[in-house]
Every structure is written in C-alpha cells, then in structure tokens.
Design a protein around this ligand. Sequence first.
Ligand code: FNR
Length: 353
Amino acid sequence: MSKLFSNLSIRNLTLKNRIIMSPMCQYSAHDGFATDWHLVHYTSRAVGGVAAVIQEATAVCPEGRISYGDLGIWKDDHISKLKEIVKVIEENGSIPGIQLAHAGRKASCELGWKRGEQIKEGENSWQTVAPSPIPFYETDNTPAELTEVEIEKIIYDFALAAQRSITAGYKIIEIHAAHGYLIHQFLSPLTNQRKDQYGGTFENRIRLLIRIVDAVGLLLDESHSLWVRISATDWVDNGWNPEESTQLASLLKDKGVDVIDVSSGGNLPHVKIPVGKNYQVPFAKEIKSRTGILTGAVGLITEANQAEEILQKEEADLIFIGRELLRDPYFALHAAKSLGDDLKWPLQYERAK
Ligand code: FNR
C-alpha cells in the first residue's frame, strides 16, 4: 500500500489518506453567507475521495474579508448553511475543516476573477486595518494601525468564530497565518513596526498568533484538531524567515497545534519567488525534521507519484492539493488507481471504476 493512501490518526480523527483539499476562496458568498455553490463545490471534493476538506478563508469579522464575496462566520446566522456543507462532506466520507481568517491590510478587494485589486472607495470598500499603517501596494489606501483594544477584539473574534465552527460541526480548525494576511503581517518585521508588546522582538511579533491559538485551543476537545497555515518565508532579506518559522512551529506544537500547513510568500509585492514543482516542500521538511510536528506540503503538487515521493522521503505528512482539485474533483480517486490502491468509490459510480 502506498503512503499516500495510508491512514493518519490525529487525536480522535482518522484521516483515511494523506490528501487534503487546500483552502481556496470562491468569492461566491453574500454578506459572508455560504451558497449552494459552496455546497456543491465542497461536496464534489468529498465525493472525490480527499481525506479532509479545508474550507476557504472564512472571515472572523466583516472587515477581515479579502473581498465582499468572502465567506464569513462572524454571526450566528452564518451557521445554518455551513452545517449543511459539513453534513454532506461527512456523509461522503471526508473530514470537514474550516480556515479562519482576517485579511488585515489586504482586505477590501475586488473578487479574484476581477483581478482582485483593492476597492478604495464606495460600495464594497471599507477601512482596512494592520499592525502598522503601511499599505500593501503604494497605491492602496493606508490601513489603520490597530490599537491594543482592537487587537483584543480580533482575538475574541477568532475565538467566537471557532466556537461557531464547532457548532456547525467542523472537526479541523485551521488558523490562516500565511500569505500576507493579518496574522502574517504581525509576524514579519517588514510589515510590523509596532513599538508595543505586539512588535519588535520575535516573541512580540508572534504574540497575536499565540494568543489566538491559546483562545481557540481552549474550545477544542479530542474530537477536533487545530492546524496553522504559515508562510515559511517572505522570500526577502530581513523578512520573516524559515528559522523563525521553525521556532514558531516548535512553540505551536507545545501549545497543542497538530499540523503546520507550510506555504510561503504573499506578504510583500514585487517579490521574486522561485515557483516550481515542490518549491515549498523543503520548508515543510525542515519544520518536520527539526520540531517533530506533523507538516503539510503544498504548492504545485499535481501528481500521485510526486505526492507519494514527498511522503516516502519523510518531507511531509500530508499533501495539500489546490488547483489540481479545481481541475479534477476526483483527483484522489484517480491517484489511488494510479498507485494501485483501493479507495472506495461512491456506490453510484462503481461501474465507472
Ligand atoms: C488559493 N489559496 C488560498 N490559500 C489559503 O490559505 N486560503 C485561501 O482561501 C486561498 N484561496 C485561494 C483561491 C484560489 C482560487 C487559489 C488558486 C488559491 C492558495 C491555495 O490554498 C494553495 O496554497 C495554492 O494554490 C498552491 O497550491 P496548488 O494550487 O499549486 O496545489
């Protein structure tokens, strides 16, 4: 049997294989509410055999959305449609997960397929916030520097969002601390120039994430698992770097985080990133080997053999698949066939196996 199709137990959860649907914004929500698009989109990947579905970045407060089309979980009314999604993912043999997010200075943008530029005024725009008043693009509006009281509110928003996620039935809670969104803006000295307890030293820059993890962790029992997505590097000198990521992962492990989902970049514009096959895998490997925490590899992993090799070489424990699952919802079923493994097809599709 391949490693890609071996089980992995985390707390009381059993992942039936190592393929995880990577969170991907659909820009199809209204006032944060999920729609039938989300129901069909996530159900299809569960039917397609992934071990877990991590739902796209779901905002913990309205101004934490990247765009007006983002999913949200800032009010109880959001829960009922999310419950439907969770139920159907589980009925189709996959574990439902949710990525909780705040976009910080990268909020108030157009939908992804409308180029995603910032909407600076009028309908569908709002005042962005950040650790320091530095816009992402020079031409963007300047974000408001968060006060310590406002930071407290954001930590509270993450905790309430996690509580609602549990009520909806999600089993994996992933905190989005990557891609230049709010938490990453705090981690990196290039975007965090605060002089208070949230800026300056490594301990201060990671404080927001640590406090969120502490607050969310208190709500979870053994039937849930807490994951954190990070960008392992800003890909520039003097930015957030792999060494700091490893130190952070070690602290998160001690705090009960089960998986580090290892991505990179996104915090600064105009950065040269050597994008290519497996380009982020070395970061997952480094964090795994130096801390012993479970890691997920992501980025341009598109083939069964490629995923299997990463696992065989112990470079990561889980494989997050993004765009390949948009092209092929049945990626996992096809991957099992190509590796000679037996992954249960839906009975309705048996004759196509
Ligand atoms: C993404 N990605 C992403 N990442 C994340 O952490 N939260 C999100 O909501 C999104 N949204 C999103 C939307 C779309 C349309 C794409 C294509 C990507 C990044 C994604 O999860 C993944 O890390 C990258 O796409 C790289 O993996 P692949 O696509 O090469 O497998």
